[in-house]
Design a protein around this ligand. Structure first.
Ligand code: PLP
Length: 361
């Protein structure tokens, strides 16, 4: 099996697995403590959580706090639902290519929220028109379907100049590039070689939030519930490894991206070739029947447009937002690769896809 779906999820880094095992039971059976208990076992687990919090904090800008959550979806809900401007009824603006975690939450909060368009390259214009009475602008750093990198710094600056908060979904950027100054930033463990079931919200000092989950008051009262030291430790280790190996990981992804462009010569790239994370190759070939391709190439895990879109069978709203027709969108595939993809397996996977695509001509 060749795995080329790194935007959907990544394999667990061995370092993260190792760090987690210690806090599942530990070599002496002393790793299972409740990190919120005051006794010795609890304090040990609590200390592991704090080490992990520092490791995760190193991914973010200075001057904020990390709150652990169960996923990035939860982190984004906490950010959008819990912040003062939204609670005060102010306007929300989001980009047209946000993940459903942002778009559906924004729409649930403000059915009339402003949706900023993107151009053919899949980029929000830094000077995009913002609504009157803006309270929150939420734009992702890297898109999950087409990999485009948004002009976050400019947009954050404009939001700030209007007294609004800037929320950033950095799920596909974390561990791969510097995270840009925002007020609230969400990440997810399983997108950068950490475990599933844990995410984090970074909150700039001075930004006030109301919790969505109340109870025992853990995480500074912002997210009640017992933390899993194993998941926290896994996320911390994944952050450490990603920061230490960022240049190497990116060079490796860029080499496969370049090889992919050469192998798939004649296919169109969806989204900017320049403002792009290079572990994402979203391409299309006119007339391609992607459903057939996917059933013909079962030994390669790749995606049609996006994992969510392919499940629903609907054409991708992201590809529609960059101006593709339904037919073009249905003829698009996404190959995602990274740290543990070897060039040989990437080439083999690409070869199998190309052969099956040729059979459709
Ligand atoms: N935002 C983006 C850009 C994503 O790619 C995903 C996952 O697909 C999410 C948010 C949601 O992350 P999680 O799986 O941690 O809820």
């Amino acid at each position: 099996m060749i795995y080329l779906d790194y935007q959907a999820t990544t394999p667990l880094a061995p370092e993260a697995k190792e760090a987690m095992l210690r806090w599942l039971d530990g070599p002496d059976g002393d790793g299972f403590g409740n990190p919120h208990s005051a006794h010795r076992l609890g304090r040990k687990a609590g200390a592991a959580v704090e080490v992990a919090r520092e490791q995760v904090a190193a991914l973010f800008p200075k001057g904020g706090t990390v709150v652990f959550t169960g996923s990035a979806t939860e982190a984004l809900n906490l950010a959008l639902r819990g912040c003062d401007p939204v609670r005060a009824g102010k306007a929300i603006a989001v980009s047209a290519i946000e993940h459903s975690a942002v778009l559906n939450t924004a729409r649930a909060l403000r059915p009339d929220c402003t949706v900023l368009p993107v151009d053919r390259d899949g980029l929000v214009h830094p000077q995009a028109s913002l609504p009157e009475g803006l309270g929150v602008l939420s734009v992702m750093q890297v898109n999950n379907e087409i990999g485009t990198i948004q002009p976050i710094a400019e947009l954050a600056e404009r939001a700030r100049a209007r007294g609004a908060l800037f929320v950033c979904d950095a799920v596909q950027a974390a561990g791969k590039m510097a995270l840009v100054e925002a007020d609230l930033i969400a990440i997810s463990g399983h997108k950068f070689y950490g475990p599933k079931g844990i995410g984090a919200l970074w909150i700039r000092d001075g930004v006030e939030l109301e919790p969505m989950i109340t109870g025992g008051g853990q995480e500074g009262g912002l997210r009640s519930g017992t933390l899993s030291p194993a998941l926290c430790a896994g996320l911390g280790a994944a952050a450490k490894v990603a920061l230490e190996g960022m240049d190497e990981d990116n060079a490796h992804a860029a080499a496969m991206f370049a090889r992919g462009r050469a192998l798939f010569a004649g296919w169109e790239l969806n989204g900017s070739a320049i403002h792009r994370y290079k572990g994402n190759l979203n391409i299309r070939r006119q007339g391609l029947d992607v459903s057939r391709l996917m059933s013909d190439v079962r030994q390669v895990c790749f995606s049609a447009g996006s994992a969510c879109a392919s499940e629903s069978g609907k054409p991708s709203r992201i590809l529609a937002a960059i101006g593709l027709t339904t037919e073009q969108s249905r003829a698009s595939i996404r190959l995602g690769f990274g740290r543990y993809t070897t060039m040989a397996e990437f080439e083999e996977g690409a070869g199998l896809i190309l052969e099956a695509a040729k059979g459709q001509e």
